[in-house]
Design a binder for this molecule. Sequence first.
Ligand SMILES: NC(=O)c1ccc[n+]([C@@H]2O[C@H](COP(=O)([O-])OP(=O)(O)OC[C@H]3O[C@@H](n4cnc5c(N)ncnc54)[C@H](OP(=O)(O)O)[C@@H]3O)[C@@H](O)[C@H]2O)c1
Length: 269
Amino acid sequence: MTTIAVLGAGKIGEALLSGLLSGGRRPEELMFTERYQERAAELTKQYGIRAVDVPTAAAEAEVLVVAVKPQDIDPVLDDLAPVVSDRNLVVSLCAGLPTTLYERKLPDSVPVVRVMPNTPMVVGKAMSVISAGRHAQPRHLELVEELLSTVGEVVRVPEAQQDAVTALSGSGPAYFFYLVEAMIDAGILLGIPRNVAEKLIIQSAVGAAAMMAETGTHPVILREAVTSPAGTTIMAIRELERHGVRAALLAAIEAARDRSQELGKAHEV
Ligand SMILES: NC(=O)c1ccc[n+]([C@@H]2O[C@H](COP(=O)([O-])OP(=O)(O)OC[C@H]3O[C@@H](n4cnc5c(N)ncnc54)[C@H](OP(=O)(O)O)[C@@H]3O)[C@@H](O)[C@H]2O)c1
């Protein structure tokens, strides 16, 4: 049995706790820290999980999952430094924070694994991308994979790729929301009522995602299969190409990667 404490049970922290419970963990194996009493009481009532302070979390939980906003990290590290040891594993879900930040602030040899999750974690469909810090062993990565696979898919990358990952899957859901929003507007333009347009586009997105994920067929093949000669789809594709949508996506994701690198610099030694 591995006891897990989530430090900062906001949107992502709560999604993880809820996923771990659905995945078969018992409430006694889980705990969390929260700043506000009211929020803590609400979570305990809903999930039957204990709210604790940081020293209790470090003493009783092997795995400490840090899920506060990156700008709130300093007080968490100050609280952790005197109580954490190499019998704990620190798992950071904080966008842009390098493992070296934890290694610098925490005692020697505390293992750290960095994770870039994304918001579909709230529906058990996260893409979590993990990287080992200097002291993390293969068994630590395996444990993190096991925990996060209860709330979606998990992939390992070297930490140097985490800025690119942030731009791809961390921000990725936002690009799809944006696309769906634009397609709903197109429905409005064509005179379809908003609620109907929303239903048509969201179900098309769900269906297309399921086809890619479940059939394993490459998106190019799937797209070609619905693009018939002189048909409607090719007319739309021509307009997408004319308006540079592919180039816009390449540039947008590159810009997100650059911003992630810039934010990370604030925490370099
Ligand atoms: N949401 C995303 O799209 C996403 C995607 C990838 C990665 N992440 C990462 O996930 C982390 C959490 O994001 P989120 O969206 O879940 O943020 P959030 O909803 O603001 O959750 C953070 C929680 O931590 C609490 N907190 C702050 N300082 C604390 C402290 N010292 N002790 C205990 N609790 C504390 C906050 O309380 P208050 O409400 O009182 O501030 C809040 O409940 C971030 O680092 C983010 O980079 C998020």
